[in-house]
Design a protein around this ligand. Structure first.
Ligand SMILES: [Zn+2]
Length: 240
């Protein structure tokens, strides 16, 4: 594709916003990753405490999903912590698992927030999981159809491509409530189990979780602006 100044105009504000959000995450993580939580527990300790409070004995009961059956495992890298609903496993990075920091308990609790959503059959999470295969196909097929339609001068193919591509924005739209709600659950779980023992703990957990939330807002803004760009590209072609 040719260099397109219109694309730059569309994407520059969201690119700057994305960079700001990433800077916020890394600065919050580097600050609160160095500050000990007042109970002096690691992310792994925190996860174990929260799981045992939810009735998880460490023994897998039947094929059950959710908090009571979550398994714990390690994962390489930094800020790679995640909960895999298909394996019902919480993966903690080494730093989160081993450091007794404020960031560690925030991240471990957030990921268990996703396990709790799974437990409950939280609607936006189910919708997002259902969209995954369609989004994977739609984002690559969408591109091909948009460009193919423009090359062949069959505008309907391009619009169909835009429709496929828009699944990515729908996915980002579902991701936002899923992530905000996981953080809300994390705060509640930590508070209910006496793990926000000081005002500083609460402030740090909030800072880390809010910074993470901003990256999902940036992701949504990027997906929407990309979609607008393709709509204007295909719409503009029809007029010319
Ligand atoms: Zn999350």
């Amino acid at each position: 594709m040719n260099y397109d100044p219109i694309y730059l105009c569309f994407m520059l504000p969201t690119l700057l916003f994305t960079m700001f959000a990433q800077w916020r995450v890394s600065s919050a993580y580097s600050k609160w990753g160095k500050i000990r939580n007042s109970l002096n527990i690691t992310g792994l300790d925190a996860a174990r405490r929260l799981l045992s409070a939810a009735g998880n004995t460490g023994a897998v009961v039947g094929s059950g999903a959710g908090l009571a059956n979550v398994r714990l495992a390690g994962v390489g890298g930094t800020l790679t912590d995640n909960y895999d609903p298909s394996k019902n496993t919480l993966y903690l990075s080494q730093a989160v698992a081993q450091n007794p920091s404020v960031a560690s308990i925030a991240i471990a609790a957030h990921e268990l927030g996703h396990a709790s959503q799974q437990d409950e059959g939280y609607g936006p999470l189910r919708l997002r999981s259902m969209l995954v295969p369609a989004v994977n196909i739609g984002s690559s097929l969408g591109w091909i159809m948009i460009l193919g339609g423009l090359l062949l001068n069959i505008i309907q193919i391009s619009w169909l491509g835009v429709l496929f591509f828009s699944l990515g924005a729908v996915f980002a739209l579902c991701t936002l409530p899923v992530e905000l709600n996981a953080s809300k659950r994390a705060r509640a779980m930590l508070a209910n189990n006496g793990m926000l023992a000081s005002e500083e703990d609460a402030r740090g957990v909030n800072d880390v979780l809010n910074a993470a939330a901003l990256t999902y807002v940036a992701g949504l803004a990027t997906a929407i602006m990309q979609l607008f760009y393709f709509i204007s590209m295909v719409g503009g072609r029809r007029r010319s």
